[in-house]
Ligand binder design. Structure first.
Ligand code: AP5
Ligand code: MG
Length: 213
């Protein structure tokens, strides 16, 4: 099963992808997570990606396409994967189609998590992530039992460098300009669905699972 999870920043791609990956036993491939790891490790890719990520603009297509081309060849992707945050431009979507056609493979489902812009600003600025296990939280919508400490592993919570209001607004603008057109691209391919991302997290998960079967 190869699935693309789309949606604006803060739509809940990461939140849902973690749970779907666990339930369906396929890896979650988040280009955002992979790029953040590269920035942290100071790799050549990380050095190239850092300033674009901090300003809320997109990293170049060749970098992310290269990351996905390599990652999807790894052993754990044999039975499928869930793409979170990729593709994000028409060029990335076309490169993915070409890559899969060469491998005689195809995407099974593309699901868009639909959201209104304004509530996403609050979701992003209130987001916290465990520095150890990566579990996601929200100060208001999914608080930890003990302030600043992960419920799952006891790790300390961190806030992403790009999770401030100014950057979120540019990420939303970039989304509408460069990523939203992919909805039409995939609708024409016939494997596209969407879910209402303004529901509670559990309802969004139920809607996604109803589509995935
Ligand atoms: P990336 O990491 O992909 O960020 P994003 O697309 O901006 O999306 P987010 O991760 O911010 O949101 P999410 O949808 O995962 O929401 P989450 O589940 O965490 O990309 C970061 C940067 O990397 C980009 O700006 C770009 O520079 C670069 N990049 C990455 N991929 C790229 C690509 N393909 N091409 C080029 N550049 C690329 O939820 C958010 C918060 O809301 C959480 O606190 C959560 O608890 C809460 N929440 C979730 N669902 C709900 C709900 N239903 N109700 C209430 N709260 C909720
Ligand atoms: Mg995410």
């Amino acid at each position: 099963m190869k699935v693309i999870l789309m949606g604006p920043p803060g739509a809940g791609k990461g939140t849902q992808a973690r749970q779907i990956a666990e339930k369906y036993r396929i890896p979650q491939l988040s280009t955002g997570d992979m790029l953040r790891a590269a920035v942290k490790a100071g790799t050549p890719v990380g050095l190239k990606a850092k300033s674009a990520m901090e300003s809320g603009s997109l990293v170049t297509d060749d970098i992310v396409v290269g990351i996905i081309a390599d990652r999807t060849q790894e052993a754990d992707c044999k039975n499928g994967y869930l793409l979170d945050g990729f593709p994000r431009t028409l060029a990335q979507a076309e490169a993915l189609d070409t890559m899969l056609a060469q491998r005689k493979q195809a995407i099974d489902k593309v699901i868009d998590i639909r959201c209104d812009d304004e509530p996403l600003v609050g979701r992003i600025t209130g987001r916290r992530t465990c520095s150890q296990c990566g579990e996601g939280y929200h100060l208001q919508f999914k608080p930890t039992k003990k302030s600043g400490v992960c419920d799952k592993c006891g790790g300390s919570l961190t806030q992403r460098a790009d999770d401030n209001e100014a950057t979120v607004r540019s990420r939303l603008a970039v989304y509408h300009q460069q990523t939203a057109p992919l909805i039409d691209y995939y609708r024409k391919q016939g494997n596209f669905s969407s879910v209402d991302g303004m529901q509670g997290m559990d309802q969004v998960l139920a809607s996604l699972c109803a589509i995935l079967g």
